[in-house]
Design a protein around this ligand. Structure first.
Ligand SMILES: [Zn+2]
Length: 287
């Protein structure tokens, strides 16, 4: 049984996103037996990263979008077209916050009625909801962010809970929701000494890791100031303060979740003419 997260992007915030200093393509989560593929927060760069690793979007069965900020959703329409084989096969599920699905207070909607109509199911979630994402129990947690609909996630696997805390301010109430997590994937937008509203910095990451006490913490969603100030050093600061193994994520890093937690790197391929088998070609007889 495979439980693997591929970090398509580990950048976040508007400057990292606009310059693609790091990719902002979210995460691919392979889970279950047989394997299901879930794409979480497909922001800019998701498509080019998937091409680099020769990942066929036709394998994706579900997409989850935490909130209506472009670094979390902008590649989603093409991801949905991939999931539905160019829009020709109705399949899969789209999950999103109300701002993503319906639009709230000037934010979103992030998907057109056409794209929402391509998948079999559309689910708008709120904190406290429990989803069954292709057999994986997924709890929706509260966040405190400039998109008031934003949420975080607890994904239950047979090897423990993997939590993705999407963009949020930190306080004890937010941290409490993630207790019992084995892996904590944290959006640490800014470095030590650079606390900003609605996001986490290394200092609040340390407080949260001390509260939750996971086995492994991974920093993602790194903003431009974080990237200028040695993300690996920031992660080391967190590890030293908390005693919890902490890693600064890297684009195309993989995390295998089993008895052991192991980090690796996705295989990449040269920019050849790789095209999935189901993509269109000339009709037979015209070749
Ligand atoms: Zn955001």
């Amino acid at each position: 049984m495979v439980y693997r997260i591929t970090f398509l992007g580990t950048g976040g915030g508007r400057h990292t996103t606009m310059y693609q200093t790091r990719c902002t393509g979210g995460m691919l989560f392979e889970h279950g037996e047989p394997s299901h593929f879930l794409h979480i927060d497909p922001g800019p760069g998701a498509l080019t990263q998937m091409r680099r690793i020769h990942y066929d979007l036709g394998r994706t069965e579900s997409v989850i979008i935490s909130h209506a900020h472009p670094d979390h959703y902008s590649d989603a329409p093409s991801v949905i077209e991939g999931m539905t084989r160019g829009g020709w096969v109705m399949r899969g599920s789209t999950y999103g916050s109300p701002s993503v699905i319906e639009g709230v207070e000037g934010l979103g909607p992030c998907l057109s009625p056409y794209h929402l109509g391509l998948t079999e199911r559309t689910v708008s979630f709120r904190p406290g909801d429990v989803l069954d994402v292709d057999g994986m129990r997924t709890e929706i947690c509260k966040a405190k962010h400039s998109d008031p609909c934003n949420v975080g996630f607890r994904f239950d696997t047979p090897y423990g809970t993997v939590s993705y805390v999407s963009d949020t301010d930190y306080d004890r109430e937010i941290g409490e929701q993630y207790k019992g997590s084995r892996v904590l994937i944290l959006p640490v937008t800014t470095p030590h000494g650079n606390r900003i509203r609605y996001h986490m910095c290394t200092d609040t990451a340390i407080e949260m890791v001390e509260q939750v006490k996971p086995e492994l913490c991974i920093f993602i969603h790194m903003g431009i100031v974080m990237l200028r100030h040695d993300p690996a050093g920031q992660a080391a600061m967190c590890e030293k303060a908390t005693g919890v193994r902490t890693v600064a994520g890297e684009d195309l890093m993989t995390l295998d979740i089993g008895e052991q937690l192991s980090l690796g790197k996705a295989d990449t391929y040269p920019d050849d003419l790789w095209i999935p088998h189901w993509a269109p070609d000339m009709p037979e007889g015209k070749k």
